[in-house]
Design a protein around this ligand. Sequence first.
Ligand SMILES: NC(=O)c1ccc[n+]([C@@H]2O[C@H](COP(=O)([O-])OP(=O)(O)OC[C@H]3O[C@@H](n4cnc5c(N)ncnc54)[C@H](OP(=O)(O)O)[C@@H]3O)[C@@H](O)[C@H]2O)c1
Length: 315
Amino acid sequence: MKAYQLNAPGDISQLQIINIAKPIPTANEVLIKVKAISINPVDVKVRIGKAIYEKLKEDRPIILGWDVSGIIEAIGNKVSEFKVGDEVFGMINFPGHGKAYAEYVTAPHDHLAIKPSNISYEETAATSLAALTAFQVLRNYVKENDTILIQAGAGGVGHFAVQIGKILGAKVIATTSTRNIDFVRSLGADEVIDYTQTAFEDVLSDLDFVLNALNEDVLQRSILTVKKGGTIITLPSGGNSEATFNLAKEHNVTVLHQQVKSNGADMRQLAEWLSSGKLKATVSKVLSFDELPQTHTIIETGRTRGKIVVTLSGL
Ligand SMILES: NC(=O)c1ccc[n+]([C@@H]2O[C@H](COP(=O)([O-])OP(=O)(O)OC[C@H]3O[C@@H](n4cnc5c(N)ncnc54)[C@H](OP(=O)(O)O)[C@@H]3O)[C@@H](O)[C@H]2O)c1
């Protein structure tokens, strides 16, 4: 089978197609024929030697990618809830070695959910790492009638977080640039702040919760908008400088980092919301497997709307 190997940390030329044997599922795994892969900023970070690169580097070949949708082709002898031919999707082995940039991938059965038949491979692959992140954060901190701020409401995580915030009954405010205002409103946001026109900390106060998908400057300004006793979850690593710690303490705001984890039960909740139309993935670009390295260049702009997906459906 074809797979993209990361030769060494560096630019996209380090992603090279190799031919390797199809992986064999262990007792608790399934083998998936991959139909679509979604790409996340962490893929880029690992490619350049950051995030969990150190954890993966001894396990060669390094194959990036965590989000897939596809068809089960073989199952391990302890797997009972799936069968050959089932269409499944999920975030595989995160934070670990996902190996999803390939024609076939093995996945622990409890990282997956059945793909709703009314939702495409591309949309289900898209509703993996980014959607799980939004769900795993918001369900812990957000209750009905809370007022919450989603930073970067048009992005991969943000566009799911706006929708899940509404599902949980919160009043949702989100930031984005001018061209994405109507898009973020269409996701259900009650209020959209155009960050190119307005400094959000000038117009927001007493929020219950903020989800920060941006840098430490935005994190520090977010602290000013949260009520005493409120919480901010910040997604990028970093954001733990002394200045941030002191500001949070001064305002009596809890700032925490949270990392998404593979979880089949959570995937099933996302599948149910997708199937019923409560949650929608926006896939703004679909590239072919041969074009996969270009998806990193797109993600690196930091300006993508929703998700970028690679399709293998034609292969
Ligand atoms: N801790 C974890 O487990 C975890 C999980 C997922 C993601 N993350 C991290 O969270 C971050 C976001 O991930 P993502 O997948 O959502 O990224 P993404 O899809 O690449 O985010 C792109 C979006 O950011 C928006 N944006 C850029 N600058 C902005 C600003 N100043 N204010 C408001 N919006 C702005 C852009 O909207 P405009 O074009 O309108 O500016 C664009 O839609 C990344 O650093 C990622 O690695 C961490």
